[in-house]
Design a protein around this ligand. Structure first.
Ligand code: GLP
Length: 256
């Protein structure tokens, strides 16, 4: 894992956007995995500032969706991805995919989602945030490391964390569809971003803790190409920050 610690959320967004733009410019990134939540927002803001990079041919897959919210509900991830990603980046809406949380046959919709990702050639770069309990996507603690896209029950902590987007916690759906940990691990490259002290414990567990389903993000230690980009507050629980800074200051010439 490569860990990059930067002073502010905007720095995190700029650095992550540069990785994405480099991938697009070099032709290695045509399928982007997009995430909701507040942490990736600075990435989308930074990407929107790049001119001269055509994003219209990008295909995008979202990580997750609530079950039972209409697609048009302002807090459905379909709406959020549309407002925060598709519109500001001028992506082609027909190429932006979000799991269908209102499908009549949810299990079939989940299987179809995994199949669609595979048919697109797999995800070249997956953006991830992290939940305060270490979840990625909506894979809550004890999620199987082999899991595929499926229905999950949101942990009470996650519903409480996400209640800020709704009028009351009772409006936060109890169920969701999420790409599985096995699905996420098939992305060729992963970019995990975290902001703020509320993520410090989860980041410490994910990056330096044991690999355990109690912290689903810890599975990323098994992925060969993960970059974790943090603001200083989110890095405050890490023990090896000096080492990460030393690595960043001494990159081999061909990686600069
Ligand atoms: C939700 C999303 C996750 C996201 C997490 C953290 O649970 N399903 O993908 O990583 O929120 O969001 P935030 O960055 O707003 O803290």
């Amino acid at each position: 894992m490569k860990v990059i610690i930067l002073p502010t959320a905007d720095d995190v967004g700029d650095q992550a956007a540069r990785v994405i733009i480099d991938g697009i410019s070099s032709g290695t990134l045509s399928v982007l995995g997009v995430a909701t939540g507040s942490s990736p927002l600075p990435i989308y803001r930074a990407l929107a500032k790049y001119t001269g990079v055509d994003l219209t041919s990008l295909t995008a897959y979202a990580l997750d969706e609530y079950v039972g919210l209409a697609k048009t509900h302002p807090q459905s991830y379909q709406s959020v991805i549309n407002t925060e990603v598709t519109l500001p980046l001028s992506l082609d809406p027909t190429r932006v995919h979000v799991p269908d949380g209102s499908a009549r046959d949810i299990d079939a919709a989940c299987a179809a989602y995994d199949a669609a990702i595979a048919n697109s050639g797999g995800i070249d770069l997956q953006i991830l945030g992290i939940g305060s309990d270490g979840h990625i996507g909506f894979n809550e603690p004890t999620s199987s490391f082999a899991s595929r896209t499926r229905v999950k029950t949101l942990a009470p902590q996650t519903r409480a964390d996400n209640a800020r987007f709704f009028d009351s916690i009772d409006e936060v759906p109890i169920h969701c569809i999420t790409q599985g940990l096995g699905t996420i691990m098939e992305a060729k490259q992963i970019l995990l971003v975290a902001l703020g002290s509320g993520k410090a414990d989860a980041i410490a567990a994910a990056v330096e803790g044991p690999i355990t389903s109690m912290c689903p993000a810890s599975i990323l230690q098994m992925h060969p190409n993960v970059t974790v980009i943090l603001d200083s507050a989110a890095s405050s629980g890490l023990r090896l920050t000096e080492y990460y800074d030393y690595v960043a200051a001494n990159l081999p010439a061909w990686q600069r």
